[in-house]
Design a protein around this ligand. Structure first.
Ligand code: PEP
Ligand code: MG
Length: 896
């Protein structure tokens, strides 16, 4: 059977349904589902051309597959029959909209054309048939503008200039005041301008118009903003077949005061509350609401203005939620008092709303806990951990204006007025607040780098609001008190603010403050606590068999932390241990730095030991506090890792002199030391356990500090579980030797303190060789921790400090799909980890495995770690909630 390219919907029936999202796109699939039984909602009839056609279109060099035109003819005839009207008919024309829609919604990124089918004759027919001449001419001028701009690439501003010119001649302020004659004049001028621009008349044949629009929509799949959107949202090229195109009978919200159009949400997308909310405009078409040109009315007003339609909409809200088991974002049009549904989809929401809805829907028995856990994108949790305005600071702050609370969080930065400026300033390291009249899809790159977004027009469903919520960026929109004076100045209630001045917005309340208002960190409580508790349960109960046949139970989340403050944050965010405590970070502040530097420049072992003895109490105190903060959860302390030259930097003569003075040695001696420490490639040089092979006293001091800190806690009756980790291992002999030295130190401390402390001593796996000899290393190691930063560096042979120079080109040209330092590569380091797991556990069946590279906080990498049979992932404290959820999602998805 030949491939079916076109699917019908409408009149209580449809060929497709919601299971066909991949082919019909989200919009097409949901239109079909809404139209057919049992929902049978009032959907204007239409047909959807599949995403397969889009795929073919690009494969064939922007040509359609054979047979498509014929199939479209058949479905157009069906649509015409359903409507009792014909496309291009001069007396009673059928008008259609041509809409885009991929399987994953990409709001506002691709093209849509409305009012298609009008020409010089059909406009007269439409006027006569509807008895509404103004409506007909307004529709025609809108169509020429949209078709000209979207399908034919005529500059949008050229159309706007004509409207402004006519308005100026007639002394008119707003578009709705334009009368029939003025609209006719605009149409005349539009057509003339179009001919000048395109060298041909505006197309009068409705079929030509339709194919032009279909081509434009398919073409918009590859427009720069859609490509950028997919990149920003991590939608891989090839993951989707493209966009579908839905051709749908027009219904009109601009037919006068009993008509209107709106967007609504079945729950509040900002807070997640179970309230019906939305916005609409009377006597308008859809694009007027979304573009944020006029500030719309709240849905609650519709209840007063048209209770019948409102009631019907409420019933549809309930039915759609029950059907989709999720919050719905719906578009509707009221044509002369009759309600039509134009779209429904699972609504985008803030992180806070996503968690609240998920928890509420479980209580309402609409979804299961596992479904709830899959409802929230791990990255969205970052928004819940966004700093909030400090309540005390707010009391003292100067509130200058208020708009709509469109996306939560506190955003503070230097104001800029274009997306390009936002990008440029952010590149210089500045924190910016993007202030715009309204935003458009062209602004997304600037929006992505802004601390917050403030707009003067537009509602909660405007582009700015929707995109900001998706990005988790604080946003206040529709703030009418903000006016734009010139390219460098805004005025708020009479006071000017220049580009670069600081403003602060509170996306949760909609308030705008002068200057920089202090912010404070968030906590985990309420719904978030409940939700993450479910995630912990799922991970705790999990079990899988690895490729090597080992059965592994549970999947924990630890944190990387080097200070007592880090440990407290980690504990507060629910970490079940510290997977990496980098001891070198403890030496970066005084007086520890000086003591450490003196140790480095020591002339001989005796002097080095004497200096190390001075450092010991500092280390011991740090360890004591970190272990205590973790209340008995494991703390993995890594012995010194980086090259020593990182601590002795003296680039100029003056710096050298000052440092020599501080360390109480001669500049010439220091210069010789600096020269001796210099390495061509310090990352692969004298670092990690190689330092302990040449200077065993360094690790001995560290182990003694660990043992003494633990002994103190032990005597105080404080719970502790401490593990000692050796970095940069490449040979089992390193572990054997360092382990022996450490055990001797521990035995001494036990003897002296009368304790019986035992420490697990483990090895990091950071180089291919270590993974390949993991069975030998495991004989001397109690655990492994994968240092995937170095493991990725040495597997790829990319310097982790320098790869920034070329990685963008690799990603843009799709040589690599992901940045290997952000997402663990399953074929390189991932494959080595699989070998290490199998070899390590072949020696020690229950060998504990973890990851402490940056990948431990990346959802895709977490899923790979689960699959590989790791017992835990360890990430930075602020990513712990995300990892708790991502780990649970990995467990649930692995079961499917
Ligand atoms: C690693 O290499 O992954 C690691 C955790 O060690 P560091 O980043 O400190 O080199
Ligand atoms: Mg490392």
């Amino acid at each position: 059977m030949a491939t079916k390219y076109v699917y019908f919907f409408g009149n209580g029936d449809a060929d497709g349904d919601e299971s066909m999202r991949a082919e019909l796109g989200g919009k097409g699939a949901n239109l079909a589902q809404m139209a057919k039984k049992p929902l049978s909602l009032p959907v204007p009839p239409g047909f959807t051309i599949t995403t397969d056609v889009c795929q073919e279109f690009y494969k064939l060099g922007r040509k359609y597959p054979a047979g498509l035109a014929k199939e479209v003819d058949v479905y157009l005839a069906k649509l015409e029959a359903a409507m009792g009207k014909k496309l291009g008919d001069e007396k009673d024309p059928l008008l259609v909209s041509v809409r885009s829609g991929a399987a994953i919604s990409m709001p506002g990124m691709m093209d849509t054309i409305l009012n298609l089918g009008l020409n010089d004759k059909a406009v007269l027919g439409l006027a006569a048939k509807t008895g509404n001449e103004r409506f007909a001419w307004d529709a025609y001028r809108r169509f020429i503008q949209m078709y000209g701009d979207v399908a034919m690439g005529v500059d949008h501003d050229k159309f706007e200039a004509i409207i402004d010119e006519v308005k100026a001649i007639r002394g008119i302020k707003d578009d709705p005041e334009l009368n029939v004659d003025e609209l006719k004049l605009i149409v005349e001028k539009y057509k003339k301008m179009y001919k000048k621009e395109k060298g041909e008349d505006f197309p009068q044949d409705a079929k030509v118009q339709m194919w032009g629009a279909i081509g434009a929509v398919f073409g918009s799949w590859m427009n720069p903003r859609a490509i950028k959107y997919r990149k920003l949202n991590n939608i891989k090229e090839g993951a989707l077949k493209g966009t579908a195109v839905s051709v749908m009978a027009m219904v009109f919200g601009n037919k006068g005061n009993t008509s209107g159009t709106g967007v609504c949400f079945s729950r509040d997308p900002s807070t997640g509350e179970n309230v019906f909310m939305g916005e609409y405009l009377m006597n308008a078409q859809g694009e007027d609401v979304v573009a944020g040109i006029r500030t719309p009315q709240k849905l609650s007003q519709l209840e007063k203005e048209n209770p019948k339609v409102y009631d019907q909409l409420c019933k549809i809200r309930a039915r759609l939620e029950k059907h989709y088991h999720d919050m719905q974002d719906m578009e509707f049009t009221v044509e002369e008092g009759k309600l039509y549904m134009l779209q429904c989809r699972n609504g985008k929401r803030t992180g806070a709303a996503a968690v609240k809805m998920a928890v509420d829907m479980v209580a309402e028995k609409l979804i299961t806990k596992e479904q709830a856990l899959l409802r929230v994108e791990p990255e969205q949790l970052n928004q819940l951990l966004l700093p909030q305005l400090d309540k005390e600071a707010v009391k003292k702050a100067t509130e200058i204006a208020a708009g709509l609370n469109a996306s939560p969080g506190a955003g503070c930065g230097q104001i800029v007025f274009t997306a390009d400026e936002a990008e440029a300033w952010a590149k210089e390291g500045k924190k910016v607040l993007l202030v715009r009249k309204e935003t458009s899809p062209d602004d997304i790159a600037g929006m992505a780098v802004a601390q917050g977004i403030l707009t003067s027009t537009g509602g909660r469903t405007s582009h700015a609001a929707v995109v900001a919520r998706g990005m988790g960026t604080p946003c206040v929109c529709g703030c009418a008190d903000v006016t734009f004076k010139d390219a460098n100045t805004i005025v708020v209630k009479g006071k000017s603010y220049k580009k670069g001045d600081f403003l602060t917005i509170d996306g949760a309340t909609g308030k705008v403050y002068e200057g920089q208002v202090a912010v404070k960190p968030a906590t985990i409580s309420g719904d978030l606590e409940t939700f993450l508790g479910w995630a912990d349960e799922v991970r705790a109960k999990s079990s899988r068999t690895t490729a090597s046949g080992q059965k592994v139970k549970g999947f924990d989340v630890f944190a990387n932390g080097d200070t007592p403050k880090n440990a407290e944050d980690a504990f507060r965010f629910g970490a079940k241990g510290i997977g990496l405590c980098r001891t070198e970070h403890m030496f970066f502040d005084e007086p520890k730095l000086t003591a450490f530097q003196k140790m480095i420049v020591s002339e001989d072992t005796e002097a080095r030991k004497a200096n190390l003895a001075k450092i010991l109490p500092y280390q011991q105190k740090d360890f004591y506090e970190i272990i205590k903060a973790m209340k008995g959860y494991p703390v993995t302390i890594r012995l010194l890792d980086p090259p020593l030259n990182e601590f002795i930097q003296a680039e100029s003569k003056d710096q050298l002199k000052a440092l020599a003075e501080k360390l109480d040695i001669k500049p010439a001696v220091l210069a010789a030391k600096v020269a001796a420490l210099d390495e061509h490639n310090p990352m692969l040089g004298h670092r990690g356990c190689r330092l302990a092979i040449t200077y065993p006293e360094i690790y001995e001091m560290q182990v003694e500090a660990i043992a003494r800190a633990t002994a103190k806690l032990d005597k105080e009756g404080v719970a502790h579980e401490v593990q000692i980790m050796i970095p940069n291992v490449v040979s089992y002999r390193e572990v054997e030797q360092i382990r022996g030295q450490a055990e001797a130190v521990i035995a001494n401390v036990n003897k002296e303190c009368g304790t019986n402390l035992k420490f697990a001593i483990g090895s990091m796996v950071e180089f291919p060789r270590t993974a390949l000899i993991a069975d030998k290393v495991a004989q001397f190691a109690d655990f492994f921790s994968f240092g995937t930063n170095d493991l990725s560096q040495t597997t790829f042979g990319f310097s982790r400090d320098d790869y920034g120079k070329f990685i963008e080109s690799y990603l843009d040209q799709r040589i690599l799909e992901d940045d290997p330092f952000a997402t663990l590569d399953p074929d390189g380091p991932g494959a080595l980890m699989e070998i290490a797991e199998a070899k390590g556990r072949s020696v020690k069946k229950n060998l504990h495995l973890g990851i402490c590279g940056e990948h431990g906080g990346d959802p895709a990498s977490i899923a790979l770690c689960y699959k590989l049979g790791l017992n835990y992932v360890s990430c930075s404290p602020f990513r712990v909630p995300l990892a708790r959820l991502a780990g649970a999602q990995a467990v649930i998805k692995a079961k499917k």
